[in-house]
Structure formats: C-alpha cells, structure tokens
Design a protein around this ligand. Structure first.
Ligand code: FPP
Length: 296
C-alpha cells in the first residue's frame, strides 16, 4: 500500500516512511531506553549529562511516534532496581529531570494530541513528583491520539505480584476464594497495562540483549529489536528503522510459517489470525486505536 507521508516528518524520515506499509504499523511499541551513562562516559561527561540528553531523545521519539499514528508508546524510564540501587545523587537528579520534563512537555504533548499515563509502583515515588505526574496526566487527559506511558519505579515481577494480590482481594470482596478466577484473561485484567494491547515491538538501545524485568507478561509475542545506538542518539529516524525491521518479520505466535506448513494447509496463517483476533477482542477493546481510555 502506498504511504501518504504524515505531516511533520523531515525529509530523511519521510523517505523511510514511504517504504513502510502503513496498514502494518505496530499498534503498541515499548522501548527500553539504555546507554545514557555510556553516552556521557564517551564524552568524558558525568552520567547525568547522558540522562539530560536522553530527555531530548524522548521528545524526538515521542513526536515521531505520534506523527505516524502509533496508538501506544511505553517507555521504560526508571526500573525499581534503578531507583533502589543507584547513588542517591543520580536518583535525585533523575527525579528532578522527570519533574521538569513533565512540566515543560505538556504543551508539546497537547500539540501532538498525546495522552500521558504511568505504570509502576508510583506511590513509592516522592510526593512532589507524584503531584506533578498527576497534574500532567490531567492536563493531557482530553487528548485522543497516542497514549504515552512512562514506566516509573517499574518492575514486571512486582507488577505480576500486584496483579495476584489484586485478584485475591477482588475475590475476598466477592464471596471468598471460591470466587477467585485465575486464568490468562484475569491476570491480564489485573496488570497495570489492562487497558493496553500487548506491545507488538520492543526496542532496546545500546546493544544489550536483555528484557531487564520489563513487561515480561505482555512481551510474550513481541518482536524484539536491539539496536547498537545509545539512547541519547536515538530519534524518530531510528524509530522508523525499527518499524521497518518489524515489518520484515513474520509473526507466527507459535504457529507455522508457509514454508513449514503442509501444502494446501492454512494452519500457520490461521493460528496467527486467531491470535490477532483474540488480542483485539473485547478484553482489549479499542476505545481509540486499540487503546482503552482509562487506566484501572
Ligand atoms: C539507562 O541508561 C537509562 C536510565 C536508567 C534512565 C532513563 C532516563 C531517561 C531517558 C531520561 C529521563 C526520562 C524521562 C521520561 C524524563 P543507563 O544510565 O543505564 O546507561 P548505561 O547502561 O550506559 O550506564
């Protein structure tokens, strides 16, 4: 399908976008932003300079994702481990940087029709930052375009623990353990991301081949693209390159590809089609582009 170039892309981005199939863009992209420290070290600068430059990369990447019509973008900003294991000075700097980002970025988010949301154990963050987060979420809540989710003080294992606790307390309120349902749907409904489709594509910068406790449940069938670029050097063009790579992949969801399918059989395609149908069914009902409007 011939692509109509979205407004706002620069010439290089437009050329690359032109080669994409706009009908097969990933609905939900997740990014593990890594390499800020190395970016700074290579320039003999303090680590925090890498984080500062990382904010500029966030701005560019978010803007391009919204411009090309991605429904949901989830960025791994601070893990629970980052928060607990890094020097206090670095954590304090990251918190100030986040508060500043949230304050300054609202007009740009509104301009690009982007809603802001968060996942993670937000209640453990400093109260002043939580206040700022709530304000920025509120100030973008009327937008109808891309949902930008920042994972803050996030750990996938903690998320799964929280989901099981939530299932148990829902059962306790509803007649006890005999009323507890534990299956894939109920777990997905109690995750922080219950309102989101699972990511189709996860990008990790700086060449490390790890998921680092990010969206472990939700990434079960995601395409993984690891790029050598350090996060502060990442931008909208790199995002489009990752999408081009994603479009080369064949998603099988445990089925077979055509080469391995007995002649005349459509089993492989049927499995993938069934999976697609399941993942856009009522459980993840689209309020807008496959993304529900509220967060539970
Ligand atoms: C990983 O680089 C990055 C982080 C732990 C923090 C990510 C933060 C930003 C991109 C900036 C702030 C973001 C927002 C949304 C305001 P690293 O420090 O682990 O790098 P290294 O592996 O090279 O040491």
């Amino acid at each position: 399908m011939q692509a109509t170039i979205p407004a706002g892309l620069d010439r290089k981005q437009a050329e690359l976008y032109h080669k994409l199939d706009p009908s097969r863009l990933p609905k939900h992209i997740a990014i593990i932003m890594d390499g800020n420290g190395r970016w700074a070290r290579r320039r003999h600068m303090p680590r925090v300079a890498g984080h500062r430059e990382g904010v500029a990369a966030v701005r560019l990447t978010v803007r391009t994702a919204a411009q090309i019509g991605i429904s949901a973008l989830t960025l791994y900003a601070f893990s629970e481990e980052n928060w607990k294991k890094r020097p206090k000075t670095e954590v304090d700097f990251l918190m100030r940087l986040l508060a500043r980002f949230l304050k300054l970025e609202v007009p740009e988010l509104n301009k690009n029709n982007i809603r802001l949301d968060y996942i993670g154990r937000i209640h453990e963050l400093p109260e002043s930052v939580q206040g700022r987060m709530e304000e920025s979420r509120e100030m973008t809540s009327h937008n109808t375009g891309m949902l930008l989710t920042l994972a803050l003080n996030y750990s996938a294992r903690s998320e799964i623990v929280d989901a099981f606790r939530s299932i148990a307390s829902a059962a306790a309120r509803n007649g006890g353990i005999d009323h507890m349902t534990v299956d894939e749907d109920s777990i997905a409904q109690h995750l922080y991301t219950s309102h989101l489709p699972d990511p189709d594509l996860v990008i990790r910068t700086s060449g490390e081949m790890r998921l680092s406790n990010f969206l472990l449940w939700q990434l079960a069938y995601a395409e993984i693209h690891v790029v050598p670029t350090l996060w502060p050097d990442f931008d909208g063009f790199h995002l489009l390159e990752s999408i081009a790579e994603y479009q080369k992949r064949e998603r099988r969801y445990g089925g077979l590809n055509e080469d391995h399918t007995p002649p005349g059989s459509s089993h492989g395609r049927a499995v993938a089609a069934q999976h697609n149908a399941n993942h856009s069914s009522s459980q993840h009902a689209p309020a807008h582009h496959g993304v529900k409007s509220g967060r539970s």
